[in-house]
Each structure stands twice: as C-alpha cells, then as structure tokens.
Design a protein around this ligand. Structure first.
Ligand SMILES: [Zn+2]
Length: 196
C-alpha cells in the first residue's frame, strides 16, 4: 500500500528546499560544468577545467563502463584487478590524455581518483527501494588532476587524447573556466581543442 499523505505544507517546504538546492547547483555549475550533474551516458565523459595562473585543474567524470568495462561494485578478485589496473592506467595516462602546449612546461602535480561513484551517493537519497535499484545500476569514475606549469596557461589551447587510452571514451563534454573566460565544446574521437 502506498501512503502519501497530502500534507501540502510539507510538500511545499520540501519542494522549495529542493528548488533552492537546484538553483545553487546551477550557479556553482557555471564553474563546475554548466548543468551541474550531467546525464550519465556510456562513452560520454564530462570534463571540467579550471585554469588559474600557472595551474590547471582537470576534473573528469566518466562512466565506469568506459574506464574499466563494468558498473557494478568490484567484489570478485578478477573485477578488483580489472578496476585497479584501469585506475592506475588513468592516473599514469592523464598527462597524455590532456595535452597542454609543450611550451608551457606543465607537469601533473597531483591527482585524486574516486573509482566508484554511484548517483545515489552524489544526489539526494533515493525515494524508494525501486529507485535505489535503478540508480545502483550505473556508476562513475570521478577524477581530479592538477597540473603545474612554468608559464600562465591563459591564451593556450588544450588538446585531448582520451580515446587513445580508453577506447570507449568517444565523447568529452568540456567546460573551461580560465581566469574570467569561459569556453566549452564537445570533443569527439579526440578531435579538436579548447581555448584556455
Ligand atoms: Zn552506466
């Protein structure tokens, strides 16, 4: 039996809270990636880039399927091995996947990789067991890479080689905030650049 009491006051409050939270997500989204949390689509990753002086931060949100080939939580030894080696590959390839102009003298100075992010953890709690199951079927890899350069990155171009290292990653939805400037583009099959 479903039991939703028509408590209008509560509903309004919940709705208003949700709406405010959405607006907040939208406004911070300008920095972090346009529309806040983009829809999860296999083969498509969201890349948020922030350039400040000589530092560049690249935030990658990719479906786990595109990084290590499955989206359930790795529990079997074979799955854990697969996941861990893909995460290691991501870490060691980042400098080559995000191609900064050689003249800038950039080096990766740090990384933070979350190999298993489910939507349920990211967003609000699921409303029912049914939703929980549905959201549990997808997971993402969230990674942040920091680059330190010898020259300011503003005015340069960034190229991509993500598909070269992760064959299924065919589309990158890229958002850039460099100083005051914003740019965005969709990179398909590693073709194209974005302005920093
Ligand atoms: Zn998925």
């Amino acid at each position: 039996m479903f039991n939703f009491p028509p408590e209008t006051k509560t509903f309004n409050m919940v709705f208003r809270t949700f709406f405010t939270a959405s607006m907040l997500m939208l406004s911070t989204g300008a920095v972090a990636g346009g529309k806040g949390h983009a829809a999860h689509q296999h083969g498509v990753a969201v890349v948020n880039i922030v350039g400040e002086g000589i530092t560049l931060t690249v935030q990658l949100e990719a479906p786990s399927e595109s990084i290590y080939g499955f989206e359930h939580e790795a529990k079997k030894a074979a799955d854990i091995k697969k996941r861990d080696s893909a995460i290691e590959k991501l870490k060691t390839s980042a400098e080559k996947m995000f191609v900064l102009e050689p003249g800038l003298g950039c080096k990766m100075s740090g990384s933070d990789i979350k190999p298993f992010v489910t939507e349920a953890k990211e967003n609000e709690k699921p409303q029912s067991k049914k939703d929980e199951h549905k959201e549990g079927t997808h997971s993402e890899v969230h990674a942040t890479f920091k680059f330190e350069c010898t020259k300011p990155v503003a005015g340069s171009k960034l190229a991509f080689a993500a598909k070269k290292y992760f064959k299924s990653l065919s589309t990158l939805k890229v958002q850039v905030l460099s100083g005051e400037k914003q740019d965005g583009t969709t990179i398909k099959n590693d073709k194209g650049t974005v302005n920093l």
